[in-house]
Design a protein around this ligand. Structure first.
Ligand code: SAJ
Length: 422
């Protein structure tokens, strides 16, 4: 029997980089959306139509839907036809996922259920987490069931997000979406909810496969980047230009190698593959090695920089970029930030001039070091003996490499057509 649920009201739990855009597009599609967050300042901002972080195009939709009273925010979980859980799944020691936030959201949702509701987990999670979320709820509410078609039925699914920071408002609507229910009825209800705003294809599967598919996408990218990073280390030893090498190999119709860099950062690609390793440690050999290769790259860049620095009495090093990737202001889990911190620590004499056009002040661990300064690009390039390019931000790409001829250049992203790349 088909589940009957009007899917008119939706509560989105967790108003971060994923939850808030999801709430906004649902509200824009005509749903009555109540966002929930523990952080009162986030709740306050949303209720004033403001967005507490930078994401192109989001504020307009939040402001518009709040003004039309389709979107509001509060700190407690309300009754609703559908719930979307978009809370963090951080790391615990040993590279396993911390499911505390999901379990706590599940506990609060359980108190509001009357039967018939849909509960969708969006947070990236290890295989089996949607079933675990269902278990937490049904343990609290033995009067409800996950079997479909009864007045006491509740429906559980996983619909992982796949949006790229910086393009969230476009990709949220355009990307194909995987929808995995613990029952067929749950998958179908989820498809109906997401069809209200998603123009991509909605691909139905079971919850476990959906969880694994999301992790697989990010592990695929991580393994491919690790291949590129390993090639960069090999090329360095053999005195080959890795960028030219990859460019040439990619002319083969079935080869598509990604780009090396100073390491892999962010909250997804550097994290999610470990969830696969934790679920199947003996068999995930390639995935786990790829993680180690990428995690070792910042130290390789550091060692190379220190070797060069030894040629100077008190080297001035321009470190270009500390964000985790190009053209964003996000410094969390950033390999370039780690490199700069370690460089400043290891450097006995000299100065590190950090250029990061997307921030106004250095993070505290760098600000407190006497040999680190936040600098403008022109000033840093003028003063530097060594130019260490760590992030391919647009203003750095615009620098003419000819103007750096008197410097020693370590270009970890290959944006300037020269030798001496790390
Ligand atoms: N990087 C390289 N070389 C490359 C590409 C990336 O070194 O050729 C580095 C970046 O500099 C960065 C890290 O990898 O440090 C991750 O950047 P990214 O742009 O690959 O990915 P994220 O973390 O911003 O977003 C990824 C996306 N996943 C895939 O492309 C498979 C996005 O679609 C997901 O929604 C997101 O993870 C997520 O939330 O899981």
């Amino acid at each position: 029997m088909m589940a009957t649920n009007p899917l008119d009201s939706v509560s989105v739990i967790g108003l971060g980089y994923i939850g808030l855009p999801t709430a906004a597009v649902l509200a824009q599609a005509g749903k009555r959306v109540i966002g929930v967050d523990l952080n009162e300042s986030v709740v306050g901002a949303v209720n004033e139509g403001r967005v507490p972080f930078v994401e192109e195009g989001l504020e307009t939709v939040v402001a518009g839907t709040v003004a039309r009273e389709r979107l509001s925010a509060q700190v407690t979980v309300p009754p609703a036809d559908a719930y979307i859980v978009a809370v963090p799944t951080p790391f615990k020691d040993g590279h396993t996922a911390d499911l505390t936030y999901i379990e706590s959201a599940a506990g609060s949702i359980a108190e509001q259920l009357q039967g018939g509701e849909l509960i969708v987990l969006e947070s990236t999670s290890p295989p089996g987490t949607t079933e675990r979320m269902a278990e937490v709820i049904l343990e609290k509410r033995p009067d409800l069931t996950a079997d479909p078609g009864l007045p006491s039925s509740v429906y559980f699914s996983h619909a992982p997000e796949r949006v790229l920071p910086g393009r969230i408002m476009i990709e949220m609507v355009e990307n194909d979406r995987i929808v995995g229910g613990t029952t067929t009825e749950a998958s179908e209800l989820t498809r109906d909810l997401y069809a209200s705003f998603c123009r991509g294809e909605l691909l139905l599967t079971d919850a476990r496969t959906a969880e694994m598919a999301k992790l697989t996408e990010n592990a695929f990218r991580d393994v491919n980047i690790a291949f590129a990073n390993e090639l960069s280390l090999i090329s360095d030893q053999l005195d080959i230009d890795v960028w030219e090498l990859i460019d040439l190999a990619n002319h083969h119709p079935r080869v598509n190698i990604l780009q090396p860099g100073p390491g892999v950062g962010g909250h997804c690609i550097a994290v999610d593959p470990w969830f696969i390793v934790a679920a199947a440690p003996e068999t995930s050999r390639l995935i786990s090695t790829a993680r180690q290769v990428n995690d070792s790259k910042p130290d390789a860049v550091l060692q190379k920089t220190l070797e060069i620095a030894e040629r100077f009495k008190a080297p001035r090093i321009a470190a270009l970029g500390i964000a985790f990737k190009a053209n964003i202001d996000d410094l969390r889990q950033s390999p370039s930030r780690t490199i700069v911190g370690n460089l400043a620590e290891k450097l006995s004499e000299g100065t590190v001039l950090v250029v990061e056009p997307n921030i106004d002040e250095l993070p505290s661990e760098l600000a407190e070091r006497s040999n680190v300064e936040l600098s403008e690009l022109d000033n840093a390039l003028e003063q530097a003996d060594i130019v260490l390019l760590l992030v391919d931000h647009a203003p750095f790409k615009a620098v003419d490499p000819e103007s750096l001829r008197s410097k020693i250049v370590l270009d970890t992203k290959g944006i300037w057509n020269s030798r001496g790349r790390a």
